[in-house]
Design a protein around this ligand. Structure first.
Ligand SMILES: C[S@@+](CC[C@H](N)C(=O)[O-])C[C@H]1O[C@@H](n2cnc3c(N)ncnc32)[C@H](O)[C@@H]1O
Length: 231
């Protein structure tokens, strides 16, 4: 199995062999996702982390006027769904997703900033949404190896443009999907150039995911793409 990493193209800006070397026994090693050839990060990608103090502003009710979870992510969720959310922030999407998945579901929220995690945990506890777990990570590693092949849905909303190594994050999310699982990527046009969003689409496809038809009801200020991991 390990020999397949020799095929890694020089186009890849980091060495996936290093990423995989510690988990060679994982079942996806023989999947089309291994080894993926990931295009370099374009120079237009300038990651900048939102300050933790600003994050609660993203969950103000006024946001629902232009950004409706019911039109983007909720149609992808059934009761009992297992969901990975990267960069949940103040839970603007997390809370409706948790309510849609219900207590038979499970949501893993991977959030970089500790104060953001603490506030989100308090919010979830107040609402009794105990099937949502908030997890730490590092800025270059989502630390989700325990979720490989397990998730129905992975979502990255307004976060990939903040991550220093977005292809690695997309690969980690793709690997967490079960066959038939889906990845939703939404980005704000104001912070994510078209070329960067197209690079994100390309990385998802290079990870073996199939882009699905255009999302209906996408707000005008958003890029968005939905991908499927074929069974
Ligand atoms: C712009 S906010 C979006 C929050 C939420 N998705 C929303 O739409 O309201 C981005 C969030 O992603 C988090 N974040 C940034 N880089 C991250 C990384 N490498 N891994 C996990 N979370 C990250 C930030 O701390 C912040 O909470």
């Amino acid at each position: 199995m390990g020999t397949r990493v020799d095929n890694v193209s020089e186009r890849s800006h980091y060495n996936p062999a290093r990423f995989f070397i510690h988990d060679l026994s994982l079942p996806l090693m023989e999947s089309p996702m291994n080894p993926p050839v990931l295009s370099p990060v374009p120079s237009e990608h300038v990651p900048h982390l939102i300050p933790a103090w600003m994050v609660p502003l993203l969950a103000l009710p006024i946001r629902r006027i232009w950004d409706k979870p019911s039109q983007t992510v909720l149609p992808l969720i059934q009761a009992g769904a297992k969901i990975l959310e990267v960069g949940p922030g103040s839970g603007f999407f997390t809370i409706p997703m948790a309510q849609a998945a219900g207590p038979t579901g499970a949501i893993a929220c991977v959030e970089l900033q500790e104060p953001v995690r603490r506030r989100l945990e308090a919010k979830l506890q107040k609402r009794g949404l105990h099937w949502v777990k908030v997890r730490p990570c590092s800025d270059r590693d989502l630390q989700v190896d325990d979720l490989v092949g397990a998730m129905d849905l992975a979502v990255a909303i307004d976060v990939l443009h903040e991550i220093p190594d977005p292809p690695r994050a997309i690969l980690a999310m793709a690997r967490c999907l079960r066959p038939g699982g889906r990845l939703l990527v939404l980005e704000p046009k104001g912070h994510c150039k078209e070329s960067v969003f197209q690079a994100e689409v390309g990385w998802a496809e290079q990870c073996g995911l199939l882009r699905q038809p255009a999302l209906a009801n996408l707000p005008s200020g958003r890029h968005g793409a939905l991908f499927l991991r074929e069974g």
